[in-house]
Design a protein around this ligand. Structure first.
Ligand SMILES: CC(C)(COP(=O)(O)OP(=O)(O)OC[C@H]1O[C@@H](n2cnc3c(N)ncnc32)[C@H](O)[C@@H]1OP(=O)(O)O)[C@@H](O)C(=O)NCCC(=O)NCCS
Length: 359
């Protein structure tokens, strides 16, 4: 196949059935129904789309749609300067077009059409390799943190059912003892309250802390409500912290879920002023709430070095599992050196489409 037979174009409502046909190659009717709900909320509901077209690009071979690539407008704050960029997700090629270098043609075609800064998180192996071939820059030091309460599932996975099961009880006791000795985060006079919707004061809060982060997605009320309140499934717990004067000092968003081998907690997003103690207070609150639901393990992805220190203080360990974050068209937009390490990017599990597919 020659690359000149292909063109890359924006998805229009007229092509929606072509996209569903692509989904039909991989997903059951039930999964397609779920993807359609996600499409309405996450793609069509993206508050930054200005032309009312779905934020997707297609690879078209003559008249046949053979590939799709989500490329959605997304606001960044780079050194305190706001810039509209894009976040990419949901790549798929028709089965008979895979393994022929066409994914790269699709990504290169979109890159030519959209020269703005783009980021992408949450790749599987094939996608990670594809993006690297299309010249995306890969951060390999973005690794989540884990806090264990019940080592049973881990021990059973590593040592097998019998031995792992035998050691689970003493392991639980030891962890609980260490936790008690470590103590809790000091509350420092912060007051915690549930968030129903993120109001305007979250805009002011973000504006007051954004210059503390080198590169960060703009977490204002528009973004936070879209991602964590208006999602039509997966309810999140949302808490805000206020300081002794009643000023907003940060928020945390989390959820619990059942896995095959146990119950888990995941901190989807958290933001606080790194100069304050609010981060630890918010994480402690999330831990308390999730523990009340008897989770055996809590996960959080967080790149700020100060926050990483606070997590270690609360008993989290950093995993070696890399959550690939990749960027394109960053040259001249970020400070030289910020492409060397994910610690220059404030990233959480919720960045990109991370929390999009969980049901
Ligand atoms: C991702 C995708 C668009 C890439 O298409 P492509 O450009 O034709 O590339 P390939 O399918 O050949 O895969 C790229 C690389 O990943 C490897 N790969 C493919 N499937 C893989 C898998 N399931 N596990 C591990 N590696 C895989 C290929 O061998 C290839 O390796 P190479 O670069 O060393 O040759 C295509 O594989 C696809 O549509 N996959 C299904 C949907 C999907 O998984 N999307 C990503 C969601 S995060």
């Amino acid at each position: 196949m020659s690359e000149y037979e292909f063109r890359v174009e924006r998805l229009t409502p007229a092509n929606l059935s072509d996209v569903q046909a692509l989904w039909g190659q991989m997903y059951s009717a039930e999964e397609i129904e779920q993807r359609t709900r996600i499409f309405h909320w996450f793609a069509l509901g993206n508050p930054y789309v200005s032309d009312e077209l779905p934020p997707y690009y297609l690879l078209v071979d003559s008249d046949r749609v053979v590939g799709m690539h989500g490329h959605a407008p997304w606001p960044f704050s780079l050194g305190g300067r706001r810039e509209q960029g894009f976040m990419c997700y949901d790549d798929m090629l028709s089965v008979d077009y895979r393994g022929k270098g066409l994914g790269k043609i699709m990504l290169k075609g979109v890159a030519d059409l959209r020269p703005e800064l783009a980021g992408a998180l949450w790749h599987n192996e094939a996608n990670n390799r594809l993006y690297a071939k299309a010249d995306w820059h890969d951060f390999t030091d973005f690794c989540p943190f884990v806090k264990l309460y019940d080592p049973g599932p881990l021990l059973r996975r590593r040592l097998g059912g019998a031995l792992g099961g035998l050691l689970a009880g003493p392991g639980r006791l030891a962890l609980s003892l260490v936790d008690r000795l470590r103590g809790r985060a000091r509350d420092d006079g912060y007051r915690l309250e549930r968030i129903d919707r993120f109001g305007d004061e979250f805009d002011d809060f973000f504006a007051s802390v954004e210059d503390q982060f080198d590169a960060i997605v703009v977490r204002d009320s528009t973004y936070l409500n879209w991602k964590f309140v208006d999602k039509p499934f997966t309810p999140y717990a949302r808490w805000a912290a206020r300081d002794a004067d009643g000023r907003l000092a940060g928020y945390v968003v989390f959820r619990t879920f059942s896995g095959e081998d146990g119950s888990y907690g995941q901190v989807m997003d958290v933001l606080a002023d790194p100069r304050s103690g609010a981060f630890s207070v918010l994480i402690q609150k999330a831990l308390d709430e999730m523990r009340a639901e008897r989770v055996g393990e809590v996960r959080i992805a967080c790149t700020h070095s100060g926050f990483a220190g606070a997590l270690r203080g609360l008993g989290f360990l950093q995993s070696s599992h890399v959550l690939h974050f990749m960027i394109l068209h960053w040259e001249g937009r970020i400070e030289p050196g910020w492409e060397t390490s994910a610690r220059h990017w404030y990233l959480s599990y919720s960045d990109g489409d991370g929390d999009c597919w969980t049901t």
